[in-house]
Design a protein around this ligand. Structure first.
Ligand SMILES: Cc1cc2nc3c(=O)[nH]c(=O)nc-3n(C[C@H](O)[C@H](O)[C@H](O)COP(=O)(O)O)c2cc1C
Length: 180
């Protein structure tokens, strides 16, 4: 795909686990990005404080300001997350809660991948939350990948051809949404 202007994609993994398959998937997608794409994996989720609604006029904590800056600078966001205890991981929900009042996701094109053992609870729940914060879920850029551990090798490669095809389609649709 030809992308003429520089665009930034911010990739957010819902897993803080070392060797996370979700983070590995996002790393893999980054290798598919054309040269004009500035593809950044957000690394600050583990350093975000627990969400507290802020009093009007009070400055956000520095880590949250950094998150807001990275989201505001992104032309699109891709989230890739596991499911924990039938829900969205608390760390990722915490991150999203920090964006509600600031409106960082309003009209932001977002691709959503849930890669988990099953994931069928977290996936729709995450889409609901993104809808609540007025994100623009990109058509054809949502994907639920069950049995993720069996579909990747230890080097972070996808070893299931059907899954790789689906991932390429999601990534193409993400790129299409921001081309120009
Ligand atoms: C505390 C905990 C709870 C989990 N609960 C679920 C669950 O409810 N549904 C599911 O599909 N997988 C669940 N899993 C499995 C994870 O989805 C799986 O380990 C996944 O590979 C984690 O993603 P990661 O490799 O990116 O860290 C759970 C894992 C942990 C550690």
């Amino acid at each position: 795909m030809i992308i003429t202007m520089n665009k930034t994609i911010l990739a957010i993994s819902g897993s803080l686990r070392e060797g996370s398959s979700n983070t590995q998937l996002l790393t893999l997608l980054g290798t598919w990005a054309p040269a004009a794409i500035n593809y950044q994996i957000y690394t600050g989720m583990g350093g975000l404080p627990h969400f507290i609604p802020m009093a009007e006029g009070k400055a956000y904590p520095a880590a949250v300001q950094n998150l807001h800056q990275q989201l505001n600078a992104a032309d699109a966001v891709i989230i890739c997350t596991p499911e924990y205890a039938f829900g969205v991981p608390g760390s990722l929900k915490n991150l999203l809660d920090w964006t509600v009042a600031a409106g960082n996701f309003v009209d932001k094109p977002v691709a959503v991948i849930t890669a988990s053992s099953q994931g069928n609870y977290a996936h729709p729940s995450l889409l609901t939350t993104l809808g609540a914060i007025n994100a623009h879920i990109i058509e054809g850029a949502t994907l639920l990948i069950p049995f993720i551990r069996a579909k990747m090798d230890t080097g972070g490669h996808v070893i299931d051809a059907a899954t790789e095809k689906e991932l390429r389609l999601v990534f193409d649709n993400l790129l299409k949404a921001i081309k120009g």
